[in-house]
Ligand binder design. Structure first.
Ligand code: CTP
Ligand code: CA
Length: 303
């Protein structure tokens, strides 16, 4: 269905999509992971191919067939995902971080399988993973001569946020909305990549000798359009808006987790937050519909 009548508005564009969920090894047989199936990222890759893009799909632990026409790079850990995404992003027009990236990894990986002992088990100490999306935003912002989105303020917030403890399971209950929107307010106007004006900035600095100009990949600064995903609970839109600003992305797809949506299902419903613009509601439907709505917004920012 995605092949018939698809607009060719991504013809000549190179896009990078990450999909699935990263795994962090505890020992040779165990890992910390998450429930991401990769379905949304794969739908994004398929629809982008159908719209004419050259697609690199960085897939973390996904058991789905390779989408026809896309270059697939398979990774396991966050470190591997980061390397693959940053390398594929060089010279790309857009990057969409649909992967669920582990926020933490075990500080040490046991070289042998951890065995049961008679006493209580040892605690697994965690350390923070790099934030790939924020890094992409920061690189671009630095390249454009602006202050990066993830400043000291944001780092402090990260620390506060993380202090809640070991798990992703901890986040629903913590007052992250308050922390994050406070941080975002402080960053607002500094870290924001500039919304509507951003495409123009990228265009003015656009690659010499490449046709098209406006909205093309920012040379050495990475893709012109940076897209994040966020699964939120509680104050979904406020959390999403804070995340958009903090990470310096152009578009942020905010899923409401729960009601059997998002994880592992063929359907999705989301709000796409737009830097410098109004949010776009995508009603519940196949993940291809959300993908197409997103590519339409990406294509608009590339022209
Ligand atoms: N992301 C990333 N690198 C990380 C964590 C997240 O690139 N280490 C990306 C995800 O791929 C996604 C976006 O950032 O596109 C938002 O992920 P999310 O987990 O919602 O954001 P976090 O900043 O990790 O905040 P939270 O504490 O709510 O998990
Ligand atoms: Ca996270």
């Amino acid at each position: 269905r995605v092949l018939r009548g698809a607009p060719r508005d991504l013809a000549g564009r190179r896009v990078v999509v990450s999909a699935g969920g990263t795994r962090e090894a505890i020992d040779p047989v165990r890992f910390i992971g998450n429930r991401s199936s990769g379905l949304q990222g794969y739908a994004l890759a398929r629809t982008a191919v159908a719209r004419g893009a050259q697609v690199t799909l960085v897939a973390a632990n996904v058991s789905l067939p390779d989408p026809a026409g896309a270059t697939v790079v398979r990774v396991e850990s966050t470190a591997e995902l980061r390397t693959a995404v940053l390398s594929a992003s060089a010279g790309a027009d857009a990057v969409v971080m649909a992967a669920a990236v582990a926020d933490f990894r075990p500080a040490e990986r046991a070289t042998s399988k951890i065995k049961k002992t008679s006493g209580e088990p040892e605690a697994i100490h965690l350390t923070k993973n790099p934030d790939i999306l924020a890094e992409l935003g920061r690189r671009r912002a630095q390249h454009l001569g602006r202050q990066g989105p993830d400043t000291g303020q944001a780092d402090q917030l990260g620390g506060v946020h993380q202090s809640d403890g070991a798990g992703q399971s901890g986040r629903a209950g913590q007052p992250s909305g308050v922390d994050q929107s406070g941080g975002a307010d402080q960053l607002d106007g500094v870290g924001r990549p500039g919304g509507a004006g951003q495409g123009g900035e990228a265009g003015r600095l656009g690659p010499e000798g490449r046709s098209g100009g406006a909205g093309r990949a920012v040379p050495d600064g990475g893709p012109a359009v940076i897209v994040g995903f966020a699964a939120e609970t509680d104050d979904v839109l406020a959390n999403g808006q804070a995340k958009l600003v903090k990470k310096g992305c152009d578009l942020l797809v905010v899923n409401q987790v729960g009601e059997r949506l998002a994880f592992g299902t063929p359907d999705n419903a989301a709000t796409i937050l737009v830097a410098g613009g109004d949010p776009v509601e995508v009603p519940r439907g196949p993940k291809e519909d959300l993908a197409d709505a997103l590519w339409t917004l990406v294509a608009a920012r590339l022209t």
